[in-house]
Design a binder for this molecule. Sequence first.
Ligand code: ATR
Length: 282
Amino acid sequence: MTKAFVVGHPIKHSRSPLIHGHWLNAYGLDGTYERIDVAPVDFGDFLTGFHAQGFAGGNVTLPHKEAAFLGVGRRTERAQRVGAVNTLWVEDGVLWGDNTDALGFIGNLDATLGTGWEQDVDTALVLGAGGAARAVVAGLQDRPLKRIFVANRTGSKAEDLARDLRPGSSVLIETAAWEALARVIPHAQLIVNTTSLGMAGQPPLAIDLSRAPRSAVVADIVYVPLETPLLTAAAAQNLRVVDGLGMLLHQAVPGFRRWFGVTPEVTPELRALILADLETAR
Ligand code: ATR
């Protein structure tokens, strides 16, 4: 039997057990995926000890993603770029870390828009400069875009992100002032919200989409609510929209493949299952 986990603090709200449990069931695999609550002071011991306790690996969530980044023996190039680790496994005795949020974001765009969507996107605008923004930029960098603008309320964080992700990038990474978004929006065929604005209990992300290109895609990584005020505004302008739930589902794929040896599919059934759970939690 293969055992995997999601570790965080707190951990009870994580949807990952539902996602991986669904796949274990669907593919008839002999495995488990469990929630483990580990306080920050104990995380180092957990990291070095989980394999001896019979776990093949697992996911890492708040607040441990940076500690996992620092604590692993080796990282994928993608995790290196993002500066955070959310997926762990052991290979030839070495503890490895990856960041699958970047793949999750891109995998969801591929699934929602159809592969080749990037042919219509030469400029992307990423709003926010936290961990989620780093993953989104790192994902977009793997596609043949011309440039990515990063805009954040605190401009210095956008500068830091750009500086960290520029080395080796074939896509130009530029920063844009939060107050000057109106000048960038008309050039952006892909607009992505990675800020917490629009999340239940938070103010909406109020940006004017009326001058966005008609072909623009607006993506939100917030998934509670699923249709954020930003996506409502985009749909009202007849722009294509990509909601945040898909990224959550797609980021789980690489880990499952790694631990259980099967590439799982993100199906409408899985999406409905998680949506129903989000509804009951409200
Ligand atoms: P995560 O790791 O999930 O990306 P985070 O690091 O807390 O979370 O980042 C939250 C993002 O939302 C940041 O870009 C933050 O902007 P600041 O860096 O200026 O704090 C952005 N954000 C949060 N509240 C905001 C608000 N009221 N207006 C604009 N941006 C906001």
